[in-house]
Design a protein around this ligand. Structure first.
Ligand SMILES: Cc1cc2nc3c(=O)[nH]c(=O)nc-3n(C[C@H](O)[C@H](O)[C@H](O)COP(=O)(O)OP(=O)(O)OC[C@H]3O[C@@H](n4cnc5c(N)ncnc54)[C@H](O)[C@@H]3O)c2cc1C
Length: 488
């Protein structure tokens, strides 16, 4: 690797190549319980740097994994086969914001929060605020086809990509789209590359569609004795035509625990609802809030709260945002650790049953569950809470994972709808998508990257097995084979 590091330094400069163990360890993790260090990290500062780096990696057949903020939940940016980490955080310029064309042209390493802050100064917004907005980069958000906080209203990010510049593994540059708002020319490669988590090419620039920012907003919440009523209320809000930004629910265990730990005085419930609403004027906002409040009350929603200030808004969101801190107080040693069943999606009509059943499955395996969902788009996030130094808990997590995925499929749902397959779901891919889809995906990968250089070991593209070279972080408490034996 020393030879490669020296060659890379000639391309990007001494300060943009890092090989020290301490740095490699830092890049060996994401939010999953796995550890896999790269051999070196390189920081390109331009498209030309990316081109030369990819040419070298191809020539030497070295795996190369792009990385933005490293905030992936699914092991997407883990270098599971070692090799090079291509850290794009130094390509972080906002090249243009055009109010006339309603677009921004950005480099991939721009952080979402920085980007949005700049846009707001122009009265514009790019409404794809992922929960990791302070860490996530535009490149990571596009490559993951992320589903932000306001996905109910604005959908996934890929339709918002008007144009893209992508460096392919042989160093050639693919330009897709333009400043013009629409194009329909052949296969939609921009949509294919969005969500390909760096397995097909490296995004070096993007032209993003913008909309005007609405300056009036509020958060509205209510508590329900019955999740069926909550889901019916959410559906009625959708049918009313009031365009909420988000429609969310959290299960009763979580709401009640948070209320007790934080002394919030929430009524005991089977779940709470939180929605947020934006408008161009105070009159429009009040009109929308009145419609939503009426619907919540008609469906037996209790203690309807409308938040217009940060403090009340935080209280309404507390069950969602504070559960991992609260659980540590109630059960010392417990933590929330990402797992494969983290973002299934079910038909809207099955949401209430699915929230209950998923919580039941987790608890029946001897661990705790905080179940959240985006009620308007069917995505459920079951957070598992347990003591990672407890062997039985880990076995419970793995059993729950498998049971949840089987249950979700049995009611017409899918195993992942937000975070993608990444590394952690390799073992479930073939079952979930079927042999034909997996074969086509693998053929697409071969067209773009015949030698499997770009982000190998992901999305089931080269293996549907657990990668034995990747270290499980808790193997002193439970061995790999015990855990993965559960899966087979
Ligand atoms: C607290 C928290 C909340 C989250 N909330 C959400 C949420 O609301 N919605 C959601 O969808 N996800 C969410 N996530 C998951 C994750 O943060 C997002 O998917 C985010 O988009 C990842 O951005 P990143 O820059 O950290 O990407 P990384 O993790 O660095 O990379 C993600 C993938 O993209 C590839 N990649 C990165 N940059 C490029 C590039 N320029 N070209 C090609 N490939 C590239 C990487 O190789 C990797 O496979 C959350 C994560 C956390 C920790």
């Amino acid at each position: 690797m020393k030879k490669i590091a020296d060659l890379l330094k000639k391309v990007v400069g001494e300060n943009n190549v890092v090989t020290a163990k301490v740095d490699r360890v830092a890049y060996a993790r994401d939010l999953t319980p796995y550890y896999s260090p790269p051999d070196l990290i390189v920081f390109p500062e331009s498209r030309d740097h990316v081109i030369e780096i990819l040419k070298l990696a191809s020539k030497e057949r070295i795996p190369i994994t792009p990385r933005g903020g490293g905030a992936s939940f699914q092991g997407s940016s883990l270098p599971v086969r070692g090799g090079i980490i291509l850290d794009l955080s130094r390509m972080n310029k906002i090249l243009e914001i055009s109010k006339e064309d309603m677009i921004a042209i950005v480099q991939p390493g721009v952080r979402y929060e920085t980007f949005e802050h700049e846009l707001n100064k122009h009265g514009l917004t790019f409404p794809h605020d992922v929960g990791s907005h302070d860490a996530a980069t535009i490149g990571g958000i596009l490559a993951s086809d992320s589903n932000g906080h306001h996905a109910y209203k604005h959908g996934r990010v890929s339709p918002w990509v008007q144009g893209m510049e992508v460096v392919l593994v042989d160093g050639s540059t693919l330009k897709l789209g333009s400043r013009a708002p629409r194009y329909n020319i052949g296969y939609n490669l921009s949509a294919l590359i969005s969500g390909s988590i760096g397995t097909l090419g490296v995004i070096t620039e993007a032209i993003l569609r913008l909309i005007p920012k609405m300056d009036y907003d509020a958060t509205i919440g209510a508590f329900f004795q019955n999740l069926d009523d909550l889901m019916k209320a959410s559906h009625a809000i959708t049918m009313s035509g009031v365009d909420c930004g988000t429609l969310e629910a959290t299960d009763g265990y979580t709401v009640n625990t948070i209320s007790d730990v934080m002394n919030l005085g929430f009524p005991r419930c089977e779940g709470n609802f939180v929605g947020d609403v934006q408008a161009f004027s105070e009159e429009e906002l009040q009109l929308k809030l009145a419609v939503i409040k009426k619907i919540l009350e008609e469906h037996n929603g209790e203690n309807v709260i409308i938040a217009r200030d940060d403090e009340t808004t935080k209280i309404l969101w507390a069950p969602r945002m504070e559960i991992d801190i609260a659980i540590m107080k109630v059960h010392p040693g417990y933590r929330e650790i990402g797992f494969a069943a983290a973002d299934p999606c079910v038909p809207l009509s099955k949401m209430a049953d699915a929230m209950r059943e998923i919580g039941r499955i987790i608890r029946s395996n001897g661990i705790l569950a905080a179940v959240f969902c985006h009620t308007g788009i069917g995505i459920i996030h079951p957070a598992v809470l347990f003591n990672p130094t407890n062997r039985e808990h880990w076995i419970g997590v793995k059993k729950a994972e498998k049971e949840i995925l089987e249950y979700v499929e049995s009611i017409g749902g899918v195993i992942t709808a937000e975070h993608g397959l990444g590394y952690v779901k390799n073992i479930y891919v073939e079952h979930a998508v079927g042999q034909l889809k997996l074969k086509l995906d693998r053929e697409i990968k071969r067209v773009f990257d015949p030698d499997n250089i770009l982000n190998p070991g992901k999305m089931g593209l080269d293996t549907t097995e657990r990668d034995t070279d990747v270290q499980f972080m808790y193997d002193e408490y439970v061995t790999d084979s015990e855990l993965w034996g559960v899966e087979k």
